[in-house]
Ligand binder design. Structure first.
Ligand code: FES
Length: 144
């Protein structure tokens, strides 16, 4: 019967969100009652410049199927260039993933200001849909 049919496993998306912008935008999205998939788990960071390459890789290794880093708009980082460093790190992680045979689209950088609640909801939805399309990251499930 339908109740016995196994539902496809839902992907997990980890979002490192800067407290000054993307985190506030997520908060605004909630206040505006905008919905985005529950697949997205938000990690509050003081600046995306604090997100190191190993944080992204460890997230993927520990169960995330996709990771996004969401920081202030270019030129608006409270720590000057934290978001630019994050952008470079995300680009580098993408090259590492490619070398490992993993689709680099599993990791993305976004710039979202505090007043862009609707953009946060859109980005969270699109990222989840992309990761759903790519499927569950197999290396997570093959490890014992
Ligand atoms: Fe927001 Fe640096 S303070 S990305």
């Amino acid at each position: 019967m339908d109740a016995d049919r196994k539902q496809p496993e839902e992907p997990k998306v980890l979002a490192f969100c800067c407290m000054y912008c993307a985190y506030a935008a997520a908060d605004m999205a909630g206040s505006m009652r905008l919905t985005y998939p529950p697949n997205v788990e938000i990690i509050l960071v003081p600046c995306t410049g604090r997100v190191e390459i190993h944080h992204i890789l460890e997230a993927l290794e520990n169960g995330a199927d996709g990771v996004c880093v969401a920081g202030c708009e270019e030129g608006s980082c409270h720590f000057s260039v934290g978001n630019l460093k994050a952008k470079k790190r995300v680009a580098y992680v993408k090259t590492l993933l490619e070398e490992l045979g993993i689709d680099p689209d599993r990791v993305e950088m976004f710039h979202i200001s505090a007043s862009q609640g609707p953009l946060f909801a859109k980005v969270a939805s699109e990222m989840t849909e992309n990761i759903r399309r790519l499927g569950i990251l197999k290396w997570n499930k093959q490890r014992g």
